[in-house]
Design a protein around this ligand. Structure first.
Ligand SMILES: C[S@@+](CC[C@H](N)C(=O)[O-])C[C@H]1O[C@@H](n2cnc3c(N)ncnc32)[C@H](O)[C@@H]1O
Length: 258
């Protein structure tokens, strides 16, 4: 059994909607040398009873995972990222942004003397940010907005990722040019970003130009609820978080899971 399958099997969240149970598979735990799973039985350890999905303990477990692991989530291949972090997708986002800039300039919605902030939420390892920024840099001569007025802002809720980017050699050129900045920002709870390099604060009403937001492979990570329209009736799902026998059995037989 491969590592991802093991993780999925060790802790699951079941969503109940209209009395039908279905299982989601969050990545909440990691251990490189897990023993082979024991045969499953019916028993399981309920960590939290059914609650409204956005209130589930699951989200805290997931944030704890990202916080503890930092960039190892990507360097160890735990979080899939090839499809979301490559030069093709980076340049595709840059082209969409160019299209927006062209339209907004035509409608006099942008002031070219003021910064245009592009805020990336949940930037993770920063690999996608690098590819998008590189594409913007390469397109600078064909963009009607001055490149040195663009400020790409990498954010994530965890300081561990932030520490990794701010000293990364591949990003240094952009930090030095002033077209890249970084800050810690929780996309669920925060309402302002302190920019580490410029010292500026981005908050409601602080920017002259509209703010562009990039959220690449992020929304599945943010608290959300479950709804279903069934026969014209709106129904809400609830979520149960529990271990499977695999985790329960090993927590009883080995000390490692505490
Ligand atoms: C699936 S990863 C995607 C990372 C990156 N955007 C990519 O495309 O590879 C989700 C990222 O969202 C971050 N994250 C999770 N909850 C967050 C929150 N409430 N606010 C900001 N970032 C969050 C995690 O730390 C992680 O870096």
């Amino acid at each position: 059994m491969d590592e991802i399958s093991r993780l999925s099997d060790s802790l699951v969240s079941s969503a109940v909607l209209s009395g039908v149970e279905s299982q989601g598979t969050p990545s909440v735990s990691s251990n490189n040398d897990l023993p082979e799973p024991v045969p499953a039985t019916e028993s399981r350890c309920v960590l939290e009873d059914f609650v409204q999905c956005s209130k589930s303990h699951l989200w805290k477990l997931m944030m704890s995972f990202y916080d503890r692991k930092g960039v190892e989530s990507w360097s160890q291949g735990i979080v899939p990222h090839f499809i979301t972090c490559n030069s093709f997708i980076g340049s595709s986002y840059a082209k969409v942004l160019h299209g927006y800039i062209r339209d907004a300039l035509r409608l006099n919605k942008l002031n070219t003397n003021e910064p245009l902030y592009i805020i990336e939420l949940g930037a993770g390892s920063g690999k996608f940010s690098y590819f998008m920024l590189k594409a913007l840099y390469e397109m600078r001569d064909v963009c009607d907005f001055p490149f040195n007025k663009i400020v790409y802002v990498m954010t994530d809720f965890t300081e561990n990722n932030f520490k990794f980017w701010k000293s990364h050699p591949s990003l240094k050129m952009y930090f030095d040019m002033g077209v890249l900045d970084a800050g810690i920002f929780d996309a669920v709870n925060d309402d302002k970003i302190n920019l580490f390099f410029s010292g500026k604060v981005i908050s409601k009403g602080s920017c002259v130009n509209p703010v562009c937001v990039v959220a690449n492979y992020l929304f599945d990570t943010l608290y959300h609820d479950i709804f279903q329209v069934d026969g014209g009736q709106l129904k809400e799902g609830t979520s149960l978080t529990h271990s499977l026998t695999y985790l329960l059995t090993h927590s009883l037989t080995r000390d490692r899971f505490g």
